[in-house]
Ligand binder design. Structure first.
Ligand SMILES: [Zn+2]
Length: 245
């Protein structure tokens, strides 16, 4: 029964139940359970789209003047609920639907065309989860999002580009900037197989995450990649929120 033990340890039962349910009711919307033509029903799709930000490119340069931040939506209402349902109710396909929306927005944006032309061989790297969290959730929502986006834009996706070496608290649970900083210090590493430290050519990547709050996680990931000669050319998130101090 060793095989059964390892399968049941690797996949949580509720995830298995959702996979079975999705296979049986393939056409149902994961948010409202009503029949759907696409991943989401038209009604939920419309509700999520109502939270699309008027500006994909964030003009205030919250990361730096060199690294643009793109946020598809505003972290509120139906979009906030959809992200929570994806992560906490085991519906990774919600992130696929959102990844498709971001891919379409990216294709239409004049800023992003400029990045693609300037930096050839761009690769997509999602912000990783720590293996403990990955095991309990069953999937990394940022990776699901990044993979869908990459396929639609014909770009390589490298989920192995960055690893989470520290099981950090959620940034939202930390108090004050000092604790947030300590929480994330050395949270990431770049595997030797992905590093281009000994190469003369700098790798160019676009980072992907679901939510942008203070940007501390993103900044730590950018610094870790930079130490291995990997340059982040842009950051894309589903939604941006204002972090309350
Ligand atoms: Zn629906």
């Amino acid at each position: 029964m060793q095989w059964f033990k390892s399968i049941s340890q690797g996949l949580r039962l509720d995830r298995l139940a959702n996979i079975a349910k999705d296979a049986l009711w393939q056409a149902n919307c994961p948010l409202c359970q009503r029949p759907a033509d696409g991943i989401l029903c038209k009604d939920c799709d419309r509700q999520i789209s109502a939270y699309q930000s008027p500006d994909f490119f964030q003009k205030d340069d919250p990361i730096s003047s060199e690294i643009p931040l793109y946020s598809w939506g505003i972290y509120d209402g139906a979009l906030k609920r959809a992200i929570a349902a994806c992560k906490y109710e085991n519906h990774p396909q919600i992130m696929e639907a959102i990844g498709e929306k971001i891919a379409t927005t990216w294709q239409r944006s004049p800023h992003t065309n400029a990045i693609s032309q300037k930096h050839q061989k761009l690769a997509i790297v999602p912000i990783p989860l720590h293996p403990n969290k990955l095991k309990s959730r069953g999937f990394n929502q940022a990776e699901t999002l990044a993979r869908r986006f990459a396929v639609m834009n014909n770009l390589p996706c490298h989920p192995q580009g960055l690893q989470r070496t520290k099981d950090t608290k959620a940034q939202i649970q930390t108090k004050g900037s000092k604790e947030r900083e300590q929480n994330l210090a050395q949270a990431f590493s770049v595997p030797n197989t992905y590093s281009s430290k000994n190469s003369t050519q700098t790798k160019s990547v676009i980072l992907f995450d679901d939510i942008y709050t203070t940007g501390a996680t993103i900044r730590e990931a950018i610094a870790t990649l930079a130490s291995k000669n990997i340059a982040v050319r842009g950051v894309i998130v589903v939604a941006r929120t204002q972090f309350r101090k």
